[in-house]
Design a protein around this ligand. Structure first.
Ligand SMILES: [Zn+2]
Length: 279
């Protein structure tokens, strides 16, 4: 009951005694990724911010309650200019959340948004653009992927990037692993140190850099993968990734695959290919 009540508070502001920056940390933009919510419940009752203020936001409370990715629309694709969204998207529950969360993002200079994967054994990684590499250096994983703004626009980090601010997403690994919550907790504390809300120093970790090179969107209502791909599995040019209706979908270049999923909708995000990138 206690945990449930806390969850429904939705936005928790913690202020320090000293002046400092404003940051936002979001958990549960996708309701089936519980690690951020669990990390909040572990950290927030004891947390003392020294400088500035931090807004801790439960991104999609209804979806969290229902343990679903979303209720009407993927919340993490709706942080675009409202004029580019459909009427259906704008009457969704998620768009109400967008309008609320945007107000806090506008006040902040930095964002940490916490996610997890539905694929067992997924490894953690960071999503951000090069201008946030310095901020991301504190997060507890060695892998950074850029280029999402181009292929999957409308995330919270996309919105921050558009405002010229820092937005970083931490993918904490498989949602069913306890380690995902631990990574979320370490990520939150290290982010608070790096942004100056906590005065303690944080050790940074060397990173490997990748960039999204293509996104495959389905053309039919039936997309099936030729196998269960692990995130970061090596793909060779010419390899058959899946069957879309009756068409074989072939990788057009060497790379690594990410977020490969079977799909039952036209225009759905079916998989991403990524390539190694230099800093
Ligand atoms: Zn997510």
């Amino acid at each position: 009951m206690g945990a449930q009540n806390k969850m429904l508070e939705e936005i928790i502001e913690i202020k320090g005694k000293q002046k400092g920056p404003t940051s936002v940390i979001i958990a549960g933009i996708h309701g089936n990724e519980a690690c951020g919510q669990k990390a909040f419940q572990e950290i927030l009752p004891k947390l003392k911010i020294e400088k500035g203020r931090v807004f801790f936001i439960y991104g999609n409370p209804q979806a969290l309650k229902n343990k679903k990715r979303f209720i009407n629309h993927d919340l993490n694709r709706l942080f675009k200019d409202g004029r580019t969204l459909s009427r259906q998207e704008k009457i969704s529950y998620e768009y109400q959340r967008v309008l609320i969360i945007k107000k806090y993002l506008k006040k902040a200079t930095a964002l940490l948004d916490i996610h997890a994967s539905q694929t067992p054994r997924s490894k953690p990684f960071i999503i951000c653009e090069p201008k946030s590499y310095k901020l991301a250096a504190c997060l507890p994983t060695d892998t950074i992927i850029s280029g999402f703004d181009k292929f999957e626009p409308g995330g919270t980090d996309y919105f921050m990037n558009r405002l010229g601010k820092n937005g970083v997403c931490l993918e904490c690994g498989y949602t069913g692993d306890i380690s995902a919550t631990k990574i979320a907790e370490t990520g939150i504390i290290n982010f608070l140190k790096t942004t100056g809300h906590l005065s303690r120093k944080v050790k940074t970790q060397n990173k490997k850099y990748f960039k999204v090179s293509s996104l495959y969107r389905t053309k039919t209502k039936k997309f099936r993968l030729t196998k269960n791909f692990q995130d970061f599995e090596i793909i060779k040019a010419g390899q058959i990734i899946g069957i879309d209706g009756s068409e074989k979908i072939i990788a057009n270049q060497n790379g690594l695959i990410l977020f490969a999923r079977k799909r039952d909708l036209i225009g759905a995000e079916a998989f991403l290919l990524i390539k190694t990138a230099s800093r």
